[in-house]
Design a binder for this molecule. Structure first.
Ligand SMILES: [Zn+2]
Length: 218
């Protein structure tokens, strides 16, 4: 914990003064372009991976980057999504899974979750992903890594479906005001694979956003 406290002190002494103007602008309001939904895993830093600054990403995190389908029961995800979309007016939603995800391992092996009843129930929102992979590939033919990778991808696809059931999101999609993106981040290579709805495949980030990345490399 000590290094966290000294981090706060360092931030206040060195970092904040250097970016004072930017922080002052943000002091009274935010106008993020993107709602970024990812796993609570400590190894993902959305701002680091996307090289963005405070104020640019509205971030929602939970175990498994799950978006429960809309219901009349209010939860933290439902309220945060509604706020980001209807009040802040984000124009993009990124749902980002990741390699070596503990939540996805739990979704594959729910018997191992007997002592974690809430985790088990929460991961019920990922059940479609495990079922789809089972049907498509037959789990026995896959290595553990392959199985986990496919479930992680399928989970992102499933959560993209779920978010479309939220009324505020559905309204913006219907009027072309919002774009959805499904990503999977790999810790080992820093590769981000992105979901292509037309082909139902994940492909490298540079293929999906070719023009933008070409501009960056010039
Ligand atoms: Zn995770």
């Amino acid at each position: 914990m000590e290094h966290i406290i000294s981090g706060v002190a360092k931030f206040q002494k060195d970092v904040f003064p250097a970016k004072k103007e930017a922080f002052q602008k943000l002091a009274n309001g935010q106008n993020p372009e993107v709602l970024f939904i990812t796993c609570a895993d400590s190894r993902i830093d959305p701002n680091l991976v996307t090289q963005t600054e405070p104020g640019e990403l509205f971030i929602c995190r939970n175990a498994g980057n799950i978006v429960p389908p809309h219901s009349n029961q209010t939860g933290g995800m439902t309220a945060s999504i509604e706020f980001a979309v209807a009040a802040l007016g984000v124009t993009h939603i990124i749902i980002c899974g990741h390699s070596d995800c503990g939540a996805m391992k739990g979704a594959i092996n729910t018997e191992g979750l007997a002592s974690l009843p809430h985790v088990k129930e929460w991961l019920g929102h990922s059940r479609v992903a495990t079922e789809v992979v089972k049907e498509k590939c037959g789990c026995s033919s896959l290595t553990h890594e392959e199985h986990l990778g496919l479930v992680t991808e399928e989970n992102v696809i499933q959560q993209l479906q779920h978010i479309k059931t939220h009324p505020a999101v559905a309204a913006k999609i219907a009027t072309d005001q919002i774009k959805l993106h499904g990503w999977v981040y790999d810790f080992e290579s820093a590769e981000i694979k992105t979901y292509d709805e037309a082909t139902r495949e994940f492909k490298p980030v540079k293929d999906t956003y070719e023009e933008t990345i070409a501009k960056e490399e010039q």
